[in-house]
Design a protein around this ligand. Structure first.
Ligand SMILES: [Zn+2]
Length: 209
């Protein structure tokens, strides 16, 4: 695979945060890089809906991370639907866009939840590289953890938290090294297109053999 074909998707869960989102957006912008933010419906209020809109206007993608961050597998089907729908409405009110991606809190999913996600024309998506940034590790540890696990097509999980995490401190360095290694950093929709292209190219070459 040629260097220009390498890509990864950065994703930020649990926002919108009051204090960190702005820093994350600025770092992404100064690196001409796009990402995907999985926000919680209950965190979207008058003030943070401006942040959600800013994320959207900057060309990043918004995803649904549920309303309340409860473990949705322990809720009834109707409650699951409410968690999804209410959050979609909150995101749409802020951005005027429909939401395609859903990331279940804690990565917990079951058939029922996947069915409900599909019913709303959404796709459920997890991650392949976990920064574990919520643990509060030093930024050097985050950089090392992400870069030692990264692979072509990776979906990297960070958090947009107003807490002790060093995500903002680690982010510039991670992006810089990924770019130097030839990775393009893309939104999940672009990630999906590229994954489809890889699959199509493989099918063509298998048929051509
Ligand atoms: Zn989460």
């Amino acid at each position: 695979m040629k260097n220009k074909d390498k890509f990864v998707a950065l994703t930020f869960d649990d926002g919108p945060s009051y204090n960190r989102a702005g820093d994350i957006i600025n770092i992404l912008e100064s690196n001409k890089t796009k990402a995907t933010f999985f926000v919680l419906g209950e965190r979207i209020n008058k003030k943070t809906s401006e942040i959600v809109n800013k994320i959207h206007k900057a060309g990043h993608e918004l995803g649904n991370h549920s309303w309340s961050h409860r473990k949705l597998t322990s809720l009834s089907s109707e409650e699951q639907l409410q968690e999804l729908e209410k959050t979609n409405v909150a995101i749409k009110n802020a951005t005027e866009q429909n939401v395609k991606w859903f990331r279940p809190p804690y990565g917990c999913h079951n058939d029922n939840l996947i069915e409900n996600t599909n019913r709303l024309n959404m796709c459920s998506i997890l991650w392949t590289v976990d920064s574990l940034d919520w643990q509060g590790d030093k930024s050097e540890i985050l950089v090392e953890r992400v870069l030692s696990n990264v692979h072509n097509g990776a979906i990297i999980l960070f958090h947009d938290h107003d807490n002790k995490s060093n995500t903002v401190e680690a982010l510039s360095q991670i992006i810089e090294i990924l770019k130097k290694s030839g990775y393009k950093l893309v939104t999940l929709s672009e990630w999906e297109e590229r994954v489809c292209d890889v699959v199509k190219a493989r099918n063509v070459s298998i048929k051509g053999e």
